[in-house]
Design a binder for this molecule. Sequence first.
Ligand code: GLY
Length: 262
Amino acid sequence: MAASEPDRVHVPEGDPNETSVGLGGLPDRDGRVTLDACIMDEFANCGAVACLEHIVHPISVARMVMEKTPHVMLVGEGALQFALANGFKKEKLLTASSEKAWREWLKKAEYKPVANIENHDTIGMLALDAKENISGACTTSGMAYKMKGRVGDSPIIGAGLFVDNEIGAATSTGVGEEVIRICGSHLVVELMRQGNSPQEACEKAVLRVVKNQPQKSKDLQVGFLAINKAGEYGAYALQKGFTYAVYSPEISNTIFQAKSYY
Ligand code: GLY
């Protein structure tokens, strides 16, 4: 794994007030917090977990899948068993405030799983280290009040995250089903390979979502973030409000608003 350590996404994962990842994530419609995450490095090593319960840092389990197994993805019970066997602690992830929000939802229990349209529902991190090696990570608790067993884009290499150390990397947020349909993060990297800047590549990928679902796209969020080998970056989303942070020798952890289609 690159020195840049993209698994630092464990900071929001451990924050009980962050309702879209890790501890405090909003649960599925049965009240279970199920987490998805993946990680990828400059050698195309990758690891992922999906529908993982009870573990605060799914990204660290994904990293362990990458480093300690011949596999790319472990899901559900198997992922939990692997995590516990490797020293992770079983914890309650449903906080009092997430439980309260879920109980409120239960009053109507309308099945309309939501991705946070104002900002994001996923933490993705792309890192370019001093040796110009690229790596990335993506982690989420997925759509609030989803069906049991639903998995979105975030743990899927090529959808929620993709790294090609020759070209660049991309990660996504928003309604995972729409990102999976276009192999979103892989698409963004391939668009950069064709000569597009990270900004152009993110815009073209979002346009692909609009082309697929012109009507539906008005009411849902999908956003991409990308970086290339030269350290140029870009971001674009369907809806306003998608923010991202940049940290570099020149820019000290500054928050930017991504441009949007609507
Ligand atoms: N992008 C997160 C999800 O759809 O689960």
